[in-house]
Design a binder for this molecule. Sequence first.
Ligand SMILES: Nc1nc2c(ncn2[C@@H]2O[C@H](COP(=O)(O)OP(=O)(O)O)[C@@H](O)[C@H]2O)c(=O)[nH]1
Ligand SMILES: [Mg+2]
Length: 301
Amino acid sequence: MEDVPGVKEALQKNNNAAAAAKIEENLKQQNNIPLNIAITGESGSGKSTFVNAFRGLCDDEEGAAPTGVVETTSEVTEYPHPNYPNVKLWDLPGIGTTKFPAKKYLKLVGFEKYDFFIIISATRFTENDVKLTQEIQKIKKKFYFVRSKIDNDINAERRKRDFNEEKTLKVIRDDCVHRLRDLGVESPQVFLVSSFELHLYDFSLLHETLDRDLPEHKRHALLRAMPNISLEIIDKKKKTFKRRLYWLSALSAAVVAVPVPGLSIAVDIAVLVKSRIEFKILLLTYKHRNHLRIQPEDPLQ
Ligand SMILES: Nc1nc2c(ncn2[C@@H]2O[C@H](COP(=O)(O)OP(=O)(O)O)[C@@H](O)[C@H]2O)c(=O)[nH]1
Ligand SMILES: [Mg+2]
């Protein structure tokens, strides 16, 4: 079990109240760690659809980013995650328009606040996408390339008699990588994604990569906001959930032992009970969807 800073010291001094306060502070902090993800790319590349899929919303749901064949985003729009509002996806306007010329783009979209950038392209990455990566490199922020609408490519290729999904994906990936290299991007990493089917292709790999690159405290924020698209993600969530529950029980035990004025754990516990139920449902749905014949397990076992 990970340590909460200051708890051991407080307990060694027999100061339960101080230990409880440290635990509560730490639990609250975990809820409030900001993570700002910038989604950029040309108009029509699938930015808004990606934002919605990441937040677990359908495109026509209330609070979803507007999407469509003629929709263009001409402003920076903020979309907080419905359950974890500290995680925000920012739907950015396309680079290279008169309103957002490449040179001034990062300044105009307020680059400082983003933890990293996801650059989306539905076909080939363009000169503008590359200009943007060059500017992002200058400010030393991370960026990732997403080649979107892979379901369309696969469906079109499927009509051919010698269709092979793996080969098709490799051709698309190699093509993007070569193009980005030709445009001057060193060792580009490209993730093939369908926002209609996040559980397929490279979305999980994108998460793994972000998870590796992010600082520890931001990783938790990302994981909690991730859509439940694979057993790995569900399993990782289960682990952090158990850790949180452990500290909450420690906190409630400390409060019972020495009542500490001003400590409010009731709300947090209600949230945990609710998420425990949600957890079970999502696990069952996931298994059902993937035709896994696994008995539903208690997420806390
Ligand atoms: N087949 C498919 N279509 C997509 C995908 N992502 C976006 N689209 C469609 O592409 C069009 C433009 O998407 P939108 O998200 O509005 O693009 P934006 O202008 O970059 O925000 C819409 O009709 C979407 O339904 C995808 O992963 N697969
Ligand atoms: Mg849009």
